[in-house]
Design a protein around this ligand. Structure first.
Ligand code: CP
Length: 299
C-alpha cells in the first residue's frame, strides 16, 4: 500500500532530513532526468478549498515523475450531489488511483478516512492546523539559505491563530532545532500548539530577534463574519513595510500587497517568496520519493 502524509507531526527528524536530501538531488537534475517513479500511476487532486501554488505544484510534480494527475473539480463531481468524501475516495480506488492529494477546511477528516481506503492520502492543507507540504518546502528553502546553521530564530507575524502555515511550519522548524517566535494581535494569538514559541508584543522587537520574518495573511475566510472588520483593523498595525538589513522575509502566499506586506518588500532582494514557490515543486517531488520508499534511485 502507498504511504500517506497526514500531518507535519508524523514526520521525524530523520524523515525530514531524508526528504531534504531528495529535494537537493532532484533540484540539481535537469527536469527530464528525474527518475520517473510514478509511471503508470494515477494521482487525484481534490481541492475543496481554493489553491494555486499547492495544486499546480502537485500537478507538475506528478507529471515530471511520469504519473497522471487528474484534477477532480469538486463543483462538477459527485461530491456536489452529496456523495461523501470517503465514497469518492473509494470510487477513485476502484478506478485504479494510487494517491489522493486533498485540501479541505474541516480538521481531522483525513485522519479518520485514511484507514478506510487503500489509496495514499496526502494532506495539501487542512483547516487551521495542517499544511505539511508547505512546511517541508519552506524547510528546504531555509536549508538552501542557511546550509550550516543549526538553530535559526523564526518569527511569524500576523494572524497566527488561523494559520495552518504557522502551525505546520512552527512544528517542523521547531523539531529541526529552530526557535519559533510570534508577534500577533492578542485576539489572533494561537491557543495550544504542539511546539513551544516565544511571544513578542512589538513588531520591531520581534524583527530584531529573528533571522527570518515569516509574514502571514489575515485569514479573513476563517473569521466569523461579525469579527472581520475588527480583526482586519487589528492586523493593520502588524503590516510589514521593510525588515532590518541581513534578515530574510518569507510568506507562503497568496500574499496581499500592501495589506500584511508592503508591495516593495515582496519583490525586494530580502524576499524568499519566489524561491519558496519554486522549491514547493521540488519538495513535493521529493515527498513522492519518500512515500514510495525510492531511496536508492537518487543515491
Ligand atoms: N501556500 C499555499 O498553500 O498557497 P495556495 O493556497 O495557492 O496553494
Amino acid at each position: 500500500m502507498p504511504g500517506s502524509l497526514l500531518s507535519t507531526e508524523q514526520l521525524t527528524r530523520q524523515d525530514i532530513t531524508k526528504i531534504v536530501h531528495f529535494f537537493q538531488k532532484i533540484k540539481k537534475l535537469p527536469e527530464g532526468e528525474v527518475p520517473r517513479i510514478l509511471t503508470n500511476y494515477w494521482v487525484a487532486l481534490i481541492f475543496l478549498e481554493a489553491s494555486t501554488r499547492t495544486r499546480i505544484s502537485f500537478y507538475r510534480a506528478v507529471k515530471l515523475l511520469g504519473g497522471e494527475p487528474v484534477d477532480l473539480f469538486p463543483e462538477s463531481s459527485s461530491l456536489k450531489k452529496g456523495e461523501t468524501l470517503l465514497d469518492t475516495l473509494k470510487t477513485l480506488e476502484a478506478e485504479g488511483f494510487l494517491y489522493a492529494v486533498i485540501r479541505l477546511s474541516e480538521e481531522g477528516v483525513l485522519q479518520k478516512i485514511q484507514p478506510e481506503v487503500r489509496l495514499g492520502i496526502i494532506n495539501a492543507g487542512e483547516g487551521k492546523i495542517q499544511h505539511p507540504t508547505q512546511a517541508i518546502g519552506d524547510w528546504c528553502t531555509l536549508k538552501e539559505v542557511f546550509p550550516e546553521e543549526k538553530s535559526l530564530n523564526i518569527c511569524f507575524i500576523g494572524d497566527t491563530v488561523s494559520s495552518r502555515v504557522f502551525h505546520s511550519c512552527g512544528s517542523l522548524f521547531s523539531r529541526m532545532g529552530c526557535l519559533v517566535g510570534i508577534c500577533s494581535p492578542s485576539e489572533l494569538e494561537p491557543g495550544r500548539t504542539t511546539f513551544p514559541y516565544l511571544k513578542f508584543a512589538y513588531v520591531q522587537e520581534s524583527m530584531r530577534w529573528a533571522d527570518v520574518i515569516y509574514i502571514l495573511r489575515p485569514q479573513v475566510e476563517r473569521w466569523k463574519e461579525e469579527d472581520r472588520e475588527k480583526f482586519l483593523s487589528l492586523t493593520r498595525a502588524f503590516q510589514i513595510h521593510s525588515i532590518p538589513e541581513g534578515k530574510w522575509v518569507m510568506h507562503a502566499g497568496p500574499f496581499l500587497r500592501d495589506v500584511e506586506i508592503a508591495s516593495s518588500l515582496v519583490d525586494s532582494p530580502q524576499s524568499l517568496i519566489a524561491q519558496q514557490v519554486k522549491n514547493g515543486l521540488y519538495a513535493r517531488m521529493a515527498l513522492f520519493f519518500w512515500l514510495q520508499g525510492k531511496d536508492e534511485i537518487l543515491d
